[in-house]
Design a binder for this molecule. Structure first.
Ligand code: ADP
Length: 670
């Protein structure tokens, strides 16, 4: 082969490449087309899996090695170039041994020498390259299949933040075509706002910074946006890609977790609803204050409905029988409402206040009942912006509409059946609580009337009693028979008893009116104690009263008469409620600056569950003492007196074992 022939040049170039390991074997050949003989070198024969023959190899035998699929194309190409001296090249498969193929590239050129057609060419074994190409194409196909079928959206973002690839899932998830998305930075298209509604500048975006800072982000939850503007809760993974140490791209995988998030939100909302319902139910049933109940119900239902503001209008009838409306607000300041006065009997409100039923309107401005009334023809100017509207009547057990709960939202269609049901649930609980509060108000009113009567009656009784006592004392001093004197003495005793009852009743009304006055002075408690024991002993012949007390004086700063009143009351009770016993023990203890007095009897005792009640007004434990008379106010007055002296009063007792009544008072430092 000549050094500058085409084949030689090609050969040298290829050989060079071969040495660089770019190609496999390279062989050369000469084809005598007239004789149909191929003269190939040893390498060529090796490439074709043929024995080397110095005299050449018949073309047919040579061609038999070319795979059937490629042979015709190879022949056609050779024929095509038979006269034009143009170099041509072709790739085809060679069956070296049965079933074993390799890929070759043949480069050749034809020449006519003395009427003989000669082809000279080289053949390169390109199996390695073909295998690599095949593997690559397989890999690409596989990648394509994976990205096409992935349920996650996949984006490839270049170093400038522009999208260079997106898969079908990404198109479906975000609504953009690739043409649209590649035009602007990806961040500006799908990630432009923070979840709280603020604009999201690209320089604050960690996804964008991932490549710059070479950080991977895993399972990052975020909010992306669809082309139509609605938000998508997503979980994304972000991986920067480097080539030769240079940042080239960011792979972003995005999963739409909106359904999951919505589900979580529903669960959370339901838990919140339950807890609100639970607390509101409990607190309003415990509350008897009207305004408190109204406020709690308004707050709870406003929260439950997600309303921007809620109001509870409530019909009240006052003591004079006049009807007026109370209301509470949630989510809006009172000023926002005050200037509009109470809701009037317009078509919109009529549905609620007549008890017809619930009104739930997606857009009140489009409701047929709306805007029918002068002067406003709709909402007055400056009214809270109500678009979504929900109103639920609150109906008492008697069937009377006692009020209505109203909710508003500036956006349309914010209230659903669920909200309606929730409010109706609370409304029925509220109705019960309000009925109770009303009953309680009525009881309070009756009580006040009763107190007023007791005050008046005892006052009226006191004047004639004082006169009777005076006349009796005059009579006592006048000359009369022994029998009469005895009658007069008995009458005076009974009148004294009556006077003390009337005084007790007067004390009760004074306490109720907050007018029980104390006259404080310093005195020795022991003196009062001894006097009280003396008075109690004087009017009783059944019991002996023992006193166990220290010798030193016990100086207190108190109302002498009132303390005596407490002592006499406790001692008299001890005697009265121990009809079968004959002693009462009084013990006085001093601990530090505190005095504790215990009055012990051995009588009928008091059941544990009743002990807290006996200090209440008019409370008596009747079943144990059906024959012992009393008004049930002595302990009530005693407790008030001790409380007012900053002391404590209590009882320890067991049925049938007797009772000990204790009280404490502070001593003056001596
Ligand atoms: P009254 O004795 O007039 O009924 P009190 O206020 O003094 O009113 O007492 C209230 C109730 O407490 C009595 O009705 C009685 O049931 C009970 N009680 C008071 N003292 C005793 C006592 N020492 N032993 C048993 N029960 C008592």
């Amino acid at each position: 082969m000549e050094k500058d022939s085409f084949a030689a040049k090609q050969f040298l170039r290829i050989k060079d490449l071969e040495e660089k390991n770019a190609f496999g074997l390279v062989g050369t050949y000469l084809l005598d087309y007239n004789k149909k003989i191929v003269y190939g070198d040893r390498t060529l024969c090796k490439i074709y899996g043929l024995e080397y023959r110095k005299d050449g190899i018949p073309l047919d035998e040579f061609q038999s090695k070319i795979s059937i699929e490629d042979l015709e194309a190879a022949k056609a190409l050779r024929e095509k170039h038979i006269n034009d001296k143009q170099a041509y090249e072709i790739e085809y498969r060679v069956e070296i041994r049965p079933g074993e193929f390799s890929w070759v590239m043949a480069k050749a050129r034809a020449e006519v020498v003395d009427g003989n057609i000669l082809y000279e060419g080289i053949v390169i074994d390109i199996t390695k390259r073909k295998d690599a190409e095949f593997a690559l194409s397989q890999q690409t196909k596989l990648m394509q299949t994976i990205t096409d079928n992935a349920s996650s959206a996949l984006f490839l973002m270049d170093a400038k933040g522009f999208c260079t690839f997106m898969n079908p899932a990404a198109e479906a998830m975000f609504g953009y075509s690739y043409e649209e998305i590649k035009a602007r930075p990806l961040h500006d298209l799908v990630h432009h706002h923070y979840p709280d509604g603020r604009e999201y500048p690209i320089n604050e975006c960690p996804l964008d910074a991932a490549l710059r800072n070479n950080v991977e982000l895993r399972a990052k939850e975020d909010l992306f946006f669809h082309k139509d503007g609605y938000p998508l809760f997503v979980r994304c993974a972000v991986s920067p890609v480097f080539e030769n140490g240079l940042p080239v791209a960011t792979v972003i995988e995005v999963q739409d977790i909106t359904p999951q998030k919505n589900f979580e939100k529903i669960l959370q909302e339901q838990a919140e609803h339950l807890s609100i319902l639970n607390t509101v139910g409990q607190t309003i049933s415990e509350d008897l204050d009207l305004q408190n109940i109204l406020q709690k119900v308004t707050d709870a239902t406003t929260k439950l409905t997600g309303a921007a503001f809620g109001a509870f209008f409530y019909n009240v009838i006052d003591a004079r029988g006049e009807s007026f409306m109370l209301y509470t607000l949630s989510g809006a300041p009172r000023e926002a409402f005050d200037k509009f006065g109470m809701p009037r009997n317009t078509a919109v409100f009529h549905t609620t206040f007549s008890g017809e039923g619930v009104s739930r309107v997606d857009d009140i401005r489009k409701d047929r009942r709306y805007g029918k009334n002068s002067p406003h023809q709709g909402m007055p100017k400056g009214h809270l912006p109500v678009v979504s509207y929900l109103a639920v009547p609150v109906i008492s057990k008697s069937g009377k509409v006692i009020g209505g709960l109203f909710f508003g939202h500036p956006e349309p269609a914010m209230f659903t059946q669920i909200h309606e049901d929730l409010v109706m649930g609370v409304a029925s609980q509220a109705a019960i609580a309000l009925d109770n509060a009303k009953l309680y108000e009525e009881v309070k009113l009756l009580n006040a009337k009763k107190d007023e009567f007791i005050g008046l009656a005892s006052h009226e009784l006191k004047t004639p009693l004082t006169s009777i006592t005076g006349y009796l004392q005059l009579l006592q001093r006048s000359e009369t028979s022994e029998v009469n004197k005895n009658f007069i003495k008995k009458t005076i005793e009974k009148v004294d008893k009556l006077t003390s009852l009337v005084n007790d009743l007067l004390d009760v009304s004074k306490i109720e009116a907050g007018k029980l006055q104390l006259h404080l002075e310093n005195f020795d408690f022991k003196e009062v104690l001894n006097e009280s024991i003396e008075i109690a002993s004087y009017s009783n012949s059944t019991h002996l009263i023992h006193l166990n007390c220290c010798k030193d004086p016990l100086i207190i700063h108190a109302d002498r008469q009132r303390i005596e009143q407490v002592l006499i009351n406790l001692i008299t009770n001890a005697i009265k409620y121990s009809p079968k016993a004959n002693t009462v023990d009084i013990e006085v203890k001093r601990i530090g600056n505190e005095l504790t007095v215990g009055v012990r009897d051995y009588g009928i005792g008091i059941a544990k569950e009743k002990q807290a009640n006996i200090f209440s007004r008019f409370y008596r434990v009747e079943e144990l003492n059906p024959n012992i008379s009393g008004l049930g106010i002595g302990l009530y007055i005693s407790k008030e007196i001790i409380d007012r002296h900053n002391g404590k009063i209590w009882v320890e007792s067991e049925i049938g074992q007797g009772s000990v009544f204790y009280f404490t008072l502070s001593l003056i430092q001596s």
